[in-house]
Design a binder for this molecule. Structure first.
Ligand code: FES
Ligand code: FES
Length: 152
């Protein structure tokens, strides 16, 4: 089937999409947007987080066809060219990135939190990021990064 949706401000079209394909596969395999990571495909890790019409979703749990005619924002869409979003900058500055596999999902979830809560405390950050797993950092630097982004 054909799927057309607005991705990061641009209309994109994909042909021959399997009806059972996820939005995650549409983004990575059909549209070449590799920032959104695929780790579990079961909604357990948060590495595939994107905005769908402004709502944070696990793209592995959304069918590609459900994105028809809708707006998708991926981690690539947060930056403007070479200019990273403040959340992305804060993750780098705070040393919250090790292997980086979890980072796009954590950046998206942190971005979503900071849209709702201007200056979240540690508990609010931990709760907002509870669905995003990181095997490397121990999470403290991720929390530091969210505070840094909030203060910027
Ligand atoms: S790949 Fe979607 S939640 Fe893990
Ligand atoms: S930095 Fe490696 S999984 Fe989070």
């Amino acid at each position: 089937m054909r799927v057309s949706c607005n991705v990061n401000g641009e209309m994109r079209h994909a042909e021959g999409v399997e009806p059972s394909a996820s939005l995650l596969h549409l983004l990575r395999d059909d549209l070449g947007l590799m920032g959104t990571k695929n780790a579990c495909e079961q909604g357990e890790c948060g590495s595939c987080c994107v905005y769908l019409d402004g709502t944070l979703v696990c793209s592995c749990l959304v069918l590609a066809g459900q994105a028809e005619g809708r707006e998708v924002t991926t981690v690539e869409g947060l930056s403007e060219g070479e200019n990273l979003d403040p959340v992305q900058q804060a993750f780098v500055a705070a040393g919250a990135v090790q292997c980086g596999f979890c980072t796009p999902g954590l950046v998206m979830a942190s971005h979503d939190l900071l849209r709702r809560v201007e200056d979240p405390d540690d508990d609010e950050i931990r709760e907002a990021l509870a669905g995003n797993l990181c095997r490397c950092t121990g999470y403290q630097k991720i929390i530091d990064a969210v505070h840094l982004a909030a203060h910027r």
